[in-house]
Design a binder for this molecule. Structure first.
Ligand SMILES: *[C@@H]1O[C@H](CO)[C@@H](O)[C@H](O)[C@H]1NC(C)=O
Ligand SMILES: *[C@@H]1O[C@H](CO)[C@@H](O)[C@H](O)[C@H]1NC(C)=O
Ligand SMILES: *[C@@H]1O[C@H](CO)[C@@H](O)[C@H](O)[C@H]1NC(C)=O
Ligand SMILES: *[C@@H]1O[C@H](CO)[C@@H](O)[C@H](O)[C@H]1NC(C)=O
Ligand SMILES: *[C@@H]1O[C@H](CO)[C@@H](O)[C@H](O)[C@H]1NC(C)=O
Ligand SMILES: *[C@@H]1O[C@H](CO)[C@@H](O)[C@H](O)[C@H]1NC(C)=O
Ligand SMILES: *[C@@H]1O[C@H](CO)[C@@H](O)[C@H](O)[C@H]1NC(C)=O
Length: 468
């Protein structure tokens, strides 16, 4: 066995040296050799062969391997695990390989490395730092990729796109990440990362998107983050971050999405947040933020979703919030907010959801609020049911749904005297179940609100008239 192996190996070495001489011989003088770092074609072929990732192949043709692309000079510049066909089916060139089996030091001209979603294992080797031409590194969706982020990652100063999300890499984010000055997209979400966010991250001036969500990051958000003036999307949610939201965050004038929710952030919401005029989504919920909602929040004219629930916010709802004409979702529930609800809140015509429960408000609900969006349009009851579930086919079940929805609307009547009594509600729920005559999809919320119950058997109608 070992003799055969030795023989095969010698033949391979012979082929390798032939390949080397051929490639030296065949490179035309016009080839753009200047764009390549000094490389050895035979060393590149040998690294690919020794990895075992493509099985056996003739080293002369290593540039023709699936997922490999070379430059004019014959040096490897791209490596991809997958090929996507016209029908969006993925064909794997590489699957189930170990990163450590590749001699990365032999591939000095590699620019594009995408081994995402291919069940690669092992850790990210320190030799990754030798790939100084790399602009794109994607090892995401490899749930068995482990180890830590090597500090040599900071050597990849040409890197524009770094995605190591959905992996099992642990440990901290090395401070050398601040050396990746060309980086535009940084995605390290769900990578089991710990430690704190290094302040050097503020050096990444070209960053457009930073996603560090779903990790175990501790410590506070470095105020240097305010230097990332190109940032459009900042996702730091669902970690263990604590301390205050740095007021420098108000510097990020291009920010459209700011997700800091589900951490242990405390202290006030900085009023500088009102400077983020491009903000569309602000998710600060499920933290320990305290103090008032800054009235500067009324400057965020592009805001569509504002989630502040499950904090310890105090004081009144600032009336400036009523200027947010694009607001669709406003959740203020589970705070310590008090006082009257601003009357103008009812004028937020785009509002589809308003969460106020578990606060300390007094007074009445402003009238307009009851008429929030679904009642303006021809929204059907099937539009608001959980779309993951099939609509009921049984007319009795459909009748139950209509009954419950009608009762809920009746309880929301702005005139307390028009709301049904508890006795009336319980009688109705205990009464014989009624089948719905018309199909459920023909029932509009507007009809339920107006108690136009003609599509339901008669006795449901009687409840409606009974409580007026
Ligand atoms: C990896 O490649 C480098 C450069 O080609 C070479 O010096 C080194 O010996 C190789 N390492 C192994 C383990 O083959
Ligand atoms: C992915 O890799 C892990 C670890 O090597 C292995 O246990 C698992 O069977 C692999 N999954 C597939 C689908 O190949
Ligand atoms: C990092 O880059 C420097 C300078 O380009 C180089 O000397 C060093 O060997 C590199 N380190 C690694 C681990 O590749
Ligand atoms: C890389 O980052 C480290 C730590 O932040 C720093 O000490 C070092 O000077 C940086 N190297 C380069 C080449 O910028
Ligand atoms: C805010 O931006 C200005 C100018 O862009 C910059 O000079 C300042 O250092 C930044 N502040 C913080 C705290 O990042
Ligand atoms: C926010 O804008 C105001 C002026 O509109 C300015 O005085 C303040 O320094 C800004 N704050 C930040 C953190 O950018
Ligand atoms: C708001 O959103 C619109 C459309 O998405 C965009 O054109 C505009 O620049 C954004 N910013 C402000 C301040 O309105």
């Amino acid at each position: 066995m070992s003799n055969i192996f030795t023989a095969v190996y010698s033949v391979m070495l012979l082929a390798l040296s032939m390949a080397a001489s051929i490639s030296i011989f065949s490179v035309p003088s016009s080839a753009k050799l200047s764009s390549s770092s000094s490389f050895s074609s035979s060393a590149e072929a040998k690294a690919l062969l020794n990895s075992g990732w493509w099985g056996n192949f003739s080293p002369t043709y290593h540039c023709n391997l699936g997922g490999i692309a070379c430059n004019n000079a014959g040096s490897v510049i791209r490596m991809e695990a997958r090929y996507k066909n016209d029908y969006h089916y993925y064909y794997h060139y590489l699957y189930n390989e170990n990163l450590a089996d590749m001699n990365w030091s032999s591939l000095p001209n590699l620019e594009y490395l995408d081994l995402s979603d291919s069940n690669i294992t092992g850790g990210i080797p320190v030799e990754i730092g030798t790939l100084s031409k790399l602009t794109h590194l994607d090892l995401s969706y490899n749930y068995h990729l482990e180890g830590v982020l090597p500090t040599t990652l900071g050597n990849l100063t040409q890197l524009v796109h770094l995605d190591l999300s959905k992996t099992d890499i642990g440990g901290p984010i090395p401070s050398t990440i601040g050396n990746l000055s060309a980086l535009a997209h940084l995605s390290l979400n769900s990578a089991n990362l710990g430690g704190s966010i290094p302040p050097e991250i503020g050096n990444l001036k070209n960053l457009v998107e930073m996603d560090l969500s779903f990790n175990n990051l501790r410590g506070s958000i470095p105020s240097s983050i305010g230097h990332l003036s190109n940032l459009a999307n900042l996702y730091l949610h669902s970690s263990q971050l604590n301390g205050p939201i740095p007021s420098s965050i108000g510097n990020l004038s291009n920010l459209a999405n700011l997700y800091l929710d589900s951490n242990q952030l405390n202290g006030p919401i900085p009023s500088s947040i009102g400077n983020l005029s491009n903000l569309a989504n602000l998710y600060l919920h499920s933290n320990q933020l305290n103090g008032p909602i800054p009235s500067s929040i009324g400057h965020l004219s592009n805001l569509t979703n504002l989630y502040l629930h499950s904090n310890q916010l105090t004081g009144h709802i600032p009336t400036s919030i009523c200027k947010l004409k694009n607001l669709k979702y406003l959740d203020l529930s589970e705070n310590l907010l008090s006082g009257q609800l601003p009357r103008q809140l009812g004028r937020l015509c785009n509002l589809e959801y308003l969460g106020l429960r578990r606060n300390e408000f007094i007074g009445t609900i402003p009238n307009g609020l009851i008429y929030v969006k679904p009642l303006h349009e021809n929204m059907m009851i099937t539009d608001v049911l959980d779309s993951r579930l099939l609509p009921p086919t049984n007319p009795t079940v459909a009748g139950d749904i209509v009954l419950v929805a009608t009762m809920a609307f009746a309880c929301l009547d702005p005139k307390p005297k028009s709301r049904p009594s508890m006795l009336c509600l319980s009688q109705e729920f205990l009464s014989r179940r009624k089948a719905l005559v018309a199909p459920l999809r023909t029932v509009s919320l507007w009809n339920l609100w107006n108690r136009k119950m003609d599509f339901v058997h008669q006795s449901n109608e009687h409840v409606i008239s009974a409580q007026v």
